[in-house]
Design a protein around this ligand. Structure first.
Ligand SMILES: [Zn+2]
Length: 286
């Protein structure tokens, strides 16, 4: 008689990429106005190629929350992402935070981004991520707008305390926020009666890899839930042009450990199971 105990299938986590260029991040918004975006040296094509190669090497499919602005200028790039089997999601049109918009402006932005992205990739865009996780108590209408625009899930909350975003008392895992809309917050780990960031972004570059890895394992093993993880294409690009005049804090957050990011992601892709967010959270058929 075999004594082998059947191991449960490992939890599959959601890997997501916010498709924006280095000069479009919220922290640089005061230094590079949108009217200057056209004139910036673009790195997005080069960096997306790098991300696609990383994913291909690890045989992982992911979700790319893409700006409508990027899709309008680089439609071939967006089609290449989709043709490689990845999910195209929406990151809004021009990276306006929901907190900078009125309800009808926000609805117009999320609707326009969805239409542009669907036109380019030729399939339904089901997921939306607000720039800088800007959905929260300041805009109780935001989820209604996202649902009204036709999205089926959102990943726009980061349940942590942070100086630019975060709703520390929001639910940590996928929950229904409108009858037709699921919110999937970015991963956090619960320790000492507080939520700590575990879902990527700057923290993944700033903190030791072992800590990120421990946090994600704890979410899978203790909470028994899939984690929502994210990064940006510019984070694997140590050669990106430097933006002048930004504060020391912004400089630290944006540029630290860019040269180490690629090898960290390679480890992360190997150490956990990953898939597109629609398949992880909306079921096998998305
Ligand atoms: Zn963004």
């Amino acid at each position: 008689m075999s004594t082998a105990v059947a191991m449960p299938d490992p939890i599959v986590n959601a890997l997501t990429i916010d498709v924006e260029d280095y000069f479009q991040v919220s922290a640089f918004a005061d230094h590079i106005p949108r009217s200057d975006w056209e004139r910036q040296p673009c790195r997005i094509e080069h960096n997306i190629e790098g991300v696609l190669a990383l994913l291909d090497e690890a045989d992982v499919r992911a979700t790319f929350f893409t700006l409508g602005w990027v899709a309008e200028r680089y439609p071939e790039l967006v089609r290449r992402i989709a043709e490689a089997g990845h999910e195209i999601g929406s990151h809004g049109f021009a990276h306006y935070r929901a907190t900078e918009q009125e309800e009808r402006e926000f609805l117009a932005d999320v609707s326009l981004a969805k239409a542009v992205l669907e036109d380019v990739c030729g399939s339904e865009v089901k997921g939306y991520r607000a720039p800088s996780f800007s959905v929260g108590p300041a805009n109780p209408w935001a989820f209604r707008c996202i649902a009204q625009a036709g999205y089926r899930y959102s990943s726009s909350l980061y349940p942590i305390r942070h100086d630019h975003y975060g709703v520390p008392d929001a639910p940590r895992f996928a929950h229904r926020v409108e009858p037709t809309l699921l919110e999937v917050p970015v991963a956090t780990v619960r320790l000492f009666s507080a939520n700590w960031p575990a879902g990527g972004g700057g923290y993944f570059r700033l903190l030791p890899y072992g800590l990120s890895c421990w946090s994600l394992r704890r979410i899978n093993a203790v909470d028994g839930k899939p984690a929502m993880f994210y990064f940006h294409p510019w984070e694997i690009d140590p050669d990106q042009p430097r933006v002048d005049g930004v504060s020391a804090k912004t400089r630290f957050r944006h540029y630290l450990n860019l040269g180490r990011m690629k090898s960290r992601l390679q480890r992360l892709l190997k150490d956990f199971q990953w898939d597109r967010a629609d398949r992880v959270f909306l079921g096998k058929d998305g």
